[in-house]
Write a protein that binds this ligand. Sequence first.
Ligand SMILES: CC(C)(COP(=O)(O)OP(=O)(O)OC[C@H]1O[C@@H](n2cnc3c(N)ncnc32)[C@H](O)[C@@H]1OP(=O)(O)O)[C@@H](O)C(=O)NCCC(=O)NCCS
Length: 152
Amino acid sequence: MGKTLKYGNLKEAEDFSTNDLYEFISSQEHYFEPNLSYKVNLRDYAEKLSNLATVNICFYESKIVGVCAFYCTPDIYDYGFLSFLSVESTYRNRGIAKKMVQDMIEHCRHFGMKTLKSSTWKSSKAMRMYMNLGFKATYSLKDESVLLDLEL
Ligand SMILES: CC(C)(COP(=O)(O)OP(=O)(O)OC[C@H]1O[C@@H](n2cnc3c(N)ncnc32)[C@H](O)[C@@H]1OP(=O)(O)O)[C@@H](O)C(=O)NCCC(=O)NCCS
């Protein structure tokens, strides 16, 4: 009993800290194109997400296995922005990312966001999921990047 996948929020989950977020991001960064550390300092990035974003986590016992981190700041912007989404490789293909993205969409709708934005790259495994959830993609002509937009 109790050994199931659980979902929560980093700020509310007593067992997890910004350092756990940093370690999770570090373990996943090589799945991103380009690698995240090519663009940002990972410790600063984890701090920033922890302080300013909504960081939803999926965990199994004491281990984070998925993170969906997004900005939803209705007092400043009328759009949300998905900054980081990743699921540990052994836990993939069982609907964790889809559930986390759907929860984020509901959260942003609830707070009156008009749009949800993100970016990814053309060959990302997440592309099909974003398309199935109704995101519209704008492809870059000069590199592999794709801008994503969902009307809420
Ligand atoms: C992309 C990623 C987050 C998907 O996580 P996941 O928990 O395995 O995804 P889910 O099981 O919820 O699957 C959701 C959808 O993604 C798509 N998908 C997932 N894995 C896929 C794969 N290997 N190939 C193609 N499509 C895939 C499917 O459309 C699936 O929907 P379906 O089950 O209705 O067919 C995960 O592969 C990952 O962390 N990748 C590395 C980091 C990354 O690419 N992050 C996204 C960058 S924006």
